[in-house]
Ligand binder design. Structure first.
Ligand code: CO
Ligand code: CO
Length: 307
């Protein structure tokens, strides 16, 4: 075993030979959107994300299903699975099987296995002082999902959100492999600050550029109106002790907002930024430089403006 439970890494890694290690993860959840096909796509994209965050390539997937045929038509389950299967194909992985249980609260997700060279594994720990921190998807999915449940979001915004959540993190992972990436993870339930905390542990500090954070523009109005998920407050309560400096209003909320199928957080030396950018343009994915690691204030994240 190369990577296990101890470091809160995104996936477990087990060495098979000197050249090959397998990377395994499992993720499933209750519907985040009304449309079953898109729910399937998002749940699958989310499950693959931990494989990409380790720098690995997904190879096989197994469906995990909680569904009650007494409560819902079977056609609904077929749509969820259709969304998942399309995403599995897009990831270049093979669906090997799965398991379902009768469950009144619908659930869907995947168990995914990927492969990686044992020397190429990217953990959430490993960022060096001077490294830049990159993020590859906008923040605010928790706030938007909450507002959607309250019927407060227009169809265009819903579709934009769904598209982002259903997007695989495969391209950023590919670009990470082209540069000297020191560490990576993905942003999910613990929010930006929570997952940054897992990167810095106690050994390094981080400056976070408040005015460089990407977010869905809808949150500017939705978060002050009170559309914030319960998990946001739990994250804030738990991680606020790691934060130096202040953010106000919606900017404070996006720091702690739990993300569904969020982007990758990538630590790399500044000299490698131009090559990463070139790869991002070639592959066609967005990214934002949102911070810089440093020796000062180890174990803390300082919120700074004016970068
Ligand atoms: Co993760
Ligand atoms: Co996960």
């Amino acid at each position: 075993m190369i990577v296990g439970l101890e470091g809160f890494d995104d996936a477990g890694v087990y060495r098979i030979t000197d050249e090959v290690a397998i990377v395994q993860t499992v993720d499933f959840f209750t519907p985040v959107v009304d449309d079953p096909y898109w729910f399937g796509q998002i749940a699958a994209a989310n499950a693959f994300s931990d494989i990409y965050a380790m720098g690995a390539v997904p190879k096989t997937a197994m469906n995990i299903v909680g569904f009650s045929p007494r409560l819902y038509p079977i056609s609904l389950l077929k749509e969820i699975l259709r969304g998942g299967i399309e995403k599995i194909a897009e990831a270049g992985a093979s669906l090997l099987g799965g398991h379902s249980v009768d469950d009144e609260e619908m659930k869907y997700g995947l168990c995914v296995t990927g492969v990686i060279h044992p020397d190429k594994i990217l953990r959430n720990e490993g960022a060096q002082p001077g490294d830049m921190l990159l993020l590859t998807k906008p923040l605010g999915t928790g706030i938007l999902n909450t507002a959607i449940k309250g019927d407060m979001v227009g169809e265009e915004s819903v579709q934009k959100l769904i598209t982002v959540m259903a997007t695989l993190n495969d391209k950023p992972a590919q670009a990470m492999g082209m540069v000297r990436t020191h560490a990576a993870t993905d942003v999910t339930g613990f929010g930006l600050i929570g997952h940054c905390t897992e990167m810095i542990k106690g050994y390094i500090g981080l400056e976070l550029f408040l005015d460089k954070l990407p977010y869905f523009e809808e949150v500017v109005e939705l978060s002050p109106a009170g559309f914030v998920p319960g998990g946001l407050f739990r994250n804030q309560e738990y991680y606020v002790k790691r934060v130096i400096g202040e953010a106000e209003g919606f900017l404070k909320d996006i720091l702690f907002d739990p993300q569904t199928s969020g982007g990758l957080l990538i630590a790399l030396p500044p000299d490698d930024l131009p090559l990463f950018e070139k790869e991002a343009v070639r592959l066609g994915f967005p990214f934002w430089v949102i911070g810089r690691f440093r020796d000062k204030h180890r174990g803390k994240i300082e919120i700074v403006s004016g970068h």
